[in-house]
Design a protein around this ligand. Structure first.
Ligand code: HH2
Length: 244
């Protein structure tokens, strides 16, 4: 899954793809590099991000979804029902839902659904994340949401970095097999995230390629069915190597 943020403020590619033509061109480049899905988002959910109105989100994403959906499977990365609905009308077939609350929208439209775990909301989620047993709690939450969804295609995602400390992120990755064992296909997004910076001498977001690919490869080796990546070519190369 290639990441396409049509936002001014995403943590690693904010502002780069705000122009729809530039966004579509970048999406097609990721398809040429081997992405099977392009994940179009119009609202940053980085820690501390301010919410965006649905009107503004729609203005950003719709032309891009429309243009790309003739070429590749498009997912819509949103927390808002009206944005998911309009994006599906425009050609998206997967709702990438960091709020894990839009199953009804995907069900009504016959689209697939990704349920991601998040503790709190983006504005405050990194202030004091706390769990008794992060792996068990994330797993229980995702299974409950997935079981309740009347959607034929459901993915679960531990939500790396969404209300999680470094130790929580590492535990979830270490025990990813426990999510895989639920039988639901697992999506994992580590690409360029802050915890990788901390693990690599404070490398900035655009200098976390090796860490991003290494953690994607780890996730695939543990049984993840999809990884969400900004740097598609090296991630696909790593995935193909693992297949061999
Ligand atoms: N991470 C981000 C956004 N959407 N969706 C899923 N399913 N899983 C993730 O881990 C995930 C996600 C955050 O990354 P990014 O889109 O690069 O940044 P921003 O939220 O600043 O736009």
């Amino acid at each position: 899954m290639g990441v396409l943020n049509v936002t001014p403020d995403s943590f690693s590619d904010g502002g780069r793809w705000l122009d729809p033509d530039a966004a579509v061109e970048h999406g097609l480049r990721m398809v040429a590099e081997g992405a099977d899905v392009i994940d179009v988002g119009g609202e940053s959910t980085r820690p501390g991000a301010e919410p965006v109105s649905s009107d503004e989100e729609l203005r950003r994403v719709l032309p891009v979804v429309e243009a790309l959906s003739g070429h590749v499977r498009v997912s819509i990365d949103t927390r808002h029902a009206e944005v998911a609905e309009a994006a599906i009308q425009a050609g998206a077939t997967l709702v990438n839902d960091v709020s894990a609350s839009l199953a009804h929208v995907a069900a009504a439209a016959g689209a697939g659904w990704v349920a991601m775990h998040m503790q709190g909301d983006p504005r405050t989620m990194q202030q004091a994340p706390a769990y008794d047993d992060v792996v068990a709690e994330v797993r229980a939450f995702l299974v409950e949401r997935a079981d309740a969804a009347e959607v034929t295609e459901v993915w679960i995602d531990p939500g790396i970095g969404f209300g999680k400390t470094m130790a929580h992120n590492l535990s979830l990755l270490r025990h990813l097999d426990q999510l895989v064992a639920t039988g639901y296909p697992v999506l994992v997004g580590t690409s360029r995230k802050g915890f990788l910076g901390k693990l690599t001498d404070n490398a900035p977001a655009d200098d976390r390629l090796e860490a991003s690919v290494a953690t994607a490869a780890w996730a695939i080796a543990q049984g993840a069915g999809m990884v969400r990546a900004h740097d598609v070519a090296p991630t696909v190369e790593a995935a193909r190597l693992l297949d061999r």
